[in-house]
Design a protein around this ligand. Structure first.
Ligand SMILES: [Zn+2]
Length: 249
């Protein structure tokens, strides 16, 4: 019999718990092994179920699969607050830079490009944010040759966001870059190394289309996350970390 460390008895708080069959509706039943406990068998209530590792894992998977907070909560079933809490916990683990990849690259062999992609769509989904003039943009830098994502930043369409992304890559000594004609690029990049032009960015756009399409779909479908900028950024950040960086979040 394996003890389930994440489950506590709701009556005596014992952690000596084992699984004991399922109810007719398929809900897991548990058995408290504390002999002094008055109530031997119990079901986990709504909110305690969110403590189970497999449930935590499913919360993240469902979110990355474009399931909204309410849908995820209803189908597990757990409190919507548990879904939000689990996602927020992941925020600290997010990486903006694909560190493991960048450490192995020779800067001289890398040409990177920055582009705006996965525009958070401003339609009726955003209307209940209360401010339609609040778009979020995902900016990312990718390796021109491989199409691999090197770093990303969220923000508005401003020079500051661009510079933030540029600063993320500086420690790695990446200097050659291809970008489009957008104003901030030409203002802040060294003309010696900066080669603007559609020809250069097209190749990247093709390679990158799949990730971008998937992110767009995610943004469109996760209506509930759009209510807060923080949740929006966490979910898409998790997506980039898992699918573009190959991380374990
Ligand atoms: Zn007990």
């Amino acid at each position: 019999m394996t003890l389930l460390h994440a489950v506590r008895c709701p009556h005596c708080q014992s952690e000596q718990i084992v699984k004991r069959g399922k109810t007719a509706r398929g809900t897991q039943r548990y058995l408290c092994q504390n002999i002094l406990c008055a109530k031997a068998s119990f079901l986990l209530d709504y909110c305690n179920r969110g403590r189970l590792p497999e449930v935590k894992h499913t919360i993240i998977d469902m979110s990355l699969n474009a399931s909204g907070v309410r849908d995820t909560a209803r189908s597990l079933p757990i409190c919507p607050n548990t879904v939000l809490r689990e996602l927020k916990k992941k925020e600290a683990a997010l990486e903006l830079v694909n560190t493991s990849l960048l450490r192995t690259l020779n800067p001289d062999e890398v040409a990177w490009a920055m582009e705006r992609a996965g525009e958070a769509e401003m339609d009726e989904m955003w209307s209940f944010v209360g401010n339609k003039s609040n778009p979020r943009w995902l900016w990312h830098a990718i390796n021109h040759c491989t199409g691999k994502v090197l770093a990303y930043v969220f923000g508005r369409r401003t020079d500051e966001v661009f510079l933030q992304l540029k600063a993320l890559l500086e420690p790695f000594g990446l200097t050659r870059d291809y970008t489009d004609h957008w104003g901030a690029y030409t203002r802040h990049l060294d003309p010696e190394v900066h080669r603007p032009g559609k020809r250069n960015t097209q190749k990247i756009e093709r390679k990158h289309l799949t990730l971008r399409t998937r992110i767009k779909r995610l943004v469109r479908k996760t209506i509930c996350f759009s209510k807060s900028t923080q949740m929006h950024d966490i979910v898409i950040g998790l997506f980039v970390n898992r699918y573009a960086f190959g991380g374990v979040v």
